[in-house]
Ligand binder design. Structure first.
Ligand code: GLN
Length: 452
């Protein structure tokens, strides 16, 4: 059987012509897209398990690994007639905001090939931005769907924690990770979210809450809806001038659509990044303990077993992964556990409470997705702190477990996409879709395409 779907053929033609420039896809695999049934081409981030297909988290340590089973989201996609086009590049184990830590080399932003596409789901975002595929799956632990969506000029949603099964997602920080859609428009995001959402007995943190028909939220009327604007997300310093202007204009567009804007405060925002960089590496260091040369991927032989572990892990993990393992192990070690990890858990609760309090006076919260547009490849690579601050506006939603969407809302002076973020109450993805759709349908930003 050869699939004759026209969209599929156009995707294959573009991948063939453009992937070498962008480096968005890293594996095209055993199951040829032309041989698959279905009509909806989709790309999959390389940390989501697809049975018998290479799934490496862009890490040398998972070299050659082929999962013996499908992630729940993949099972659902296959049942619904999606065509799996291949695996997309990412930061190693999803540690990063730029896609520079991949063992396959950096992904390039389709809007400017000298720049990063954002990360860690940068391969998925770049593939959608360059029209190699209409949609993709990413994962978001601290912003990895929303930030690359913003920097690449596409739509990206992190669902509520528990909305989408994590079964088969290779774990980074299990209390923060969520799989979500990256698409070229809001309607596709609504459709894809509906397909991948729902309770799954194979993920103990999956929520047994009915999945609404998200496409019903694709309405243009948002009259009377209350949009909270947190002052902590619009600081005097640290927000790029073009981002600031685009957000100001976005507020006016929402006002023009008769939504009302209310000022709110999320007072513990300033602790979010520090809190995240205790909790996320702590969980990561424990999740990464399983890569020991015995069960998966790479193995560096040695006479003694402990030496084999050490040699394998030294050769297999990149620098950022090692940094996270060290940070996390330190934070969890005896004597420091109370001082760091427990304190961070308390701060996490305070951040969550900030949102619950704020949502008493608004339906959604509007913020920039990223403080700056895409930066140059190499610009922040040697400065981990600067890199970590790229996610200052996206991290709080992961800590609180609430949903967030990023949609295009403007361009910088040098033609780089800018995104706005809407955050919602738990399990109210519909409200985000409704506002995002109304904004999109009344603006032209999503229609502009990179010149490749
Ligand atoms: N950039 C953040 C980090 O490096 C978030 C990554 C993610 O969401 N996977 O941890």
């Amino acid at each position: 059987m050869v699939n004759s779907c026209a969209v599929l053929h156009s995707c294959l033609e573009r991948i063939e012509r453009l992937n070498s420039k962008i480096n968005a896809f890293v594996h095209f695999e055993k199951e040829n897209p032309l041989g698959q049934k279905g009509t909806r081409p989709i790309a999959i981030k390389d940390n989501i398990s697809v049975k018998d297909e290479l799934t490496t988290c862009a890490s040398k340590i998972l070299e050659g690994y082929r999962p013996p089973y499908d992630a729940t989201v993949i099972k659902k996609l296959k049942e619904k007639g999606y065509i799996l086009m291949g695996k997309t590049n990412m930061d190693e184990f999803a540690f990063g905001s730029s896609c520079e830590t991949s063992c396959y080399g950096p992904v390039r932003n389709p809007w400017d090939l000298k720049r990063i596409p954002g990360g860690s789901s940068g391969g998925s975002a770049a593939a959608v931005a360059a029209d190699l595929v209409p949609m993709a799956l990413g994962s978001d632990t601290g912003g990895s769907i929303r930030q690359p969506a913003a920097l690449s000029g596409v739509v990206g949603m992190k669902p509520t924690y528990g909305r989408v099964s994590r079964y088969g997602l290779i774990a980074f920080a299990s209390s923060l990770d969520q799989i979500g859609p990256i698409t070229s428009n809001v309607a596709d995001c609504a459709e894809l979210l509906g397909v991948i959402s729902g309770y799954d007995g194979l993920d103990s943190t999956s929520a047994d809450i009915p999945v609404p028909d998200y496409t019903k939220a694709l309405v243009k009327n948002i009259k009377g809806m209350k949009i909270g604007v947190p002052k902590e997300y619009f600081p005097e310093d640290g927000l790029d001038k073009d981002v600031k202007e685009a957000l100001l204009e976005a507020k006016n567009i929402f006002k023009g659509l008769e939504a009302s804007l209310v000022e709110i405060s999320l007072p513990h925002t300033k602790y979010a990044v520090s809190c995240y960089y205790i909790i996320a590496p702590a969980e990561a260091s424990s999740n990464l303990a399983r890569y020991d040369g015995v069960q998966y991927g790479l193995r560096e032989e040695a006479v003694r077993m402990v030496d084999m572990y050490a040699k394998t892990r030294t050769a297999g993990f990149g620098e950022e992964a090692k940094r996270r393992i060290l940070l996390g192990t330190y934070a969890l070690s005896s004597g420091y556990y109370e001082a760091y990890y427990l304190k961070a858990m308390r701060v996490r609760t305070m951040i969550k409470n900030d949102f619950s309090e704020a949502f008493k006076s608004c339906d959604v919260i509007l913020t920039p997705t990223s403080p700056t547009p895409a930066f140059k490849i190499g610009e922040r690579a040697d400065d981990p702190l600067k890199m970590y601050l790229s996610d200052i506006f996206t991290i709080p939603a992961n800590l609180a477990g609430i949903p967030g969407i990023s949609i295009p809302c403007g361009f910088s002076g040098n033609n780089l996409p800018i995104g706005l973020q809407l955050l919602g109450k738990p399990f109210e993805e519909e409200t985000l879709i409704r506002l995002a759709y109304a904004f999109e349908q009344n603006t032209e930003f999503h229609k502009r395409k990179p010149n490749l």
